[in-house]
Design a protein around this ligand. Structure first.
Ligand SMILES: *Cc1c(COP(=O)(O)O)cnc(C)c1O
Length: 361
């Protein structure tokens, strides 16, 4: 076929230039890299799930509107009648839906840097311009820079994670409100780590029609199910709903999420344990010389060590997988991010970190 195109001839150059999102192999490792909840569900609940799997009509398409699942979400999150819910195959899919919806020529998607990498990547997928406003050195919002960038670029959408990933901090709420008020388009507050944060913009939803709130079940214990949600005024959600593929939430996700959401006490108890382990891990890291620890309201901790990339590899050799952020952004030089694991995993991580640091000096 002499006249056929090569991939280079038909794939957009910005896609050719991307490297695929890398998920490292983790077999045999203590996995503290992806903000997963380390605890399984109690066995009684897993038995219930087994029975759901047994009787689920998997020969049929799932309920396209996921009505029962939405009803329990509405109840649990106390979502008022003037708000709608959009469900995504993870919140990643919701980011993608929003990006596709706004992808007019010249449209801008704005966030901060460093932030959740999918904001930037998905902007590229959707062929829209991404602008990342640098955070301050302590990872606080640079409010004035943000307001100036909003004025200059008129973004269709601003994404802010609250708490932020990979830094773990909550941005100043008053600064976020100023951004919401100044934004000409929508502002999506991404509360992926809400289970650990003790802070939320949920009560502001009624006040600001351009505010949308994104949540996910991934970080609180159901990462394998893939379920994210966006809450906001009907005028926005109804438009975004048009872009949602009809059966994006599979039947097993619908059934299992619905079941688990009737037992949120289980997930809350696990989140409480993770929070107390976070405090212990934070205290341990604080005792070590040469480590700078950043305060976290999420289920992970960011810290800075000399020769971070070397420490990362030494941990890996000790079968401990965390996230190396060194080299991903100037503000993250020599930074590593560890997910809070079980008490035993955390003890092993601490011992391995101590040993690795001792070996390098
Ligand atoms: C992990 C994460 C998500 C993605 O969650 P999924 O629902 O699993 O797609 C979204 N936003 C932030 C800030 C995250 O850290």
């Amino acid at each position: 076929m002499p006249n056929s195109y090569s991939p280079e001839q038909i794939i957009r150059p910005e896609i050719l230039a991307l490297s695929a999102y890398h998920v490292p192999a983790a077999t045999g490792m203590i996995k503290l890299d992806a903000m997963e909840n380390p605890y399984p569900l109690p066995s009684a609940l897993r038995d219930d799930i087994a029975r759901l799997a047994e009787s689920a009509p998997i020969n049929r398409y799932p309920d396209a509107s996921a009505a029962a699942l939405k009803a329990i979400l509405r109840q649990n999150l106390e979502i008022t009648d003037d708000m709608e819910i959009l469900l995504g195959n993870g919140s990643d899919e919701i980011i993608q839906i929003i990006a596709m919806a706004i992808a007019k020529p010249g449209a801008v998607l704005m966030s901060v840097e460093p932030a959740f990498v999918m904001f930037r990547m998905i902007a590229t997928f959707a062929n829209i311009q991404y602008i990342g406003v640098p955070l301050q050195k302590d990872f606080a919002l640079d409010t004035e820079a943000m307001l100036a960038a909003i004025e200059k670029n008129r973004p269709a959408v601003i994404f802010l994670a609250y708490p932020n990933n990979p830094t773990g901090n909550l941005f100043d709420a008053a600064a976020i409100l100023r951004i919401i008020q100044a934004a000409p388009g929508i502002v999506v507050i991404d509360e992926a780590y809400n289970a650990f944060a003790e802070a939320s913009f949920k009560n502001q939803l009624g006040t600001y029609p351009n505010l949308l709130l994104m949540r996910t079940l991934s970080k609180s214990g159901l990462a394998g199910l893939r379920l994210g949600l966006l809450i906001g005024k009907t005028e926005w959600i109804a438009q975004l709903e048009k872009l949602r593929l009809p059966y994006n939430i599979g039947i097993m996700t619908q059934l299992i999420a619905e079941k688990v959401l009737h037992h949120t006490d289980v997930l809350s108890a696990q989140a409480e344990t993770i929070k107390s382990e976070r405090a212990k891990l934070n205290a341990f890291l604080g005792t070590m010389r040469n480590i700078e620890v950043y305060p976290s309201k999420a289920n992970f901790i960011l810290f800075r060590v000399p020769a971070a990339s070397q420490i990362f590899h030494m941990l890996k050799q000790r079968k401990i997988l965390i996230k190396n952020l060194d080299g991903t952004h100037p503000l993250l030089k020599d930074c590593l991010r560890v997910t809070v694991g079980t008490p035993d995993e955390n003890v092993q991580f601490c011992a391995a970190l101590h040993a690795s640091l001792t070996e390098t000096v």
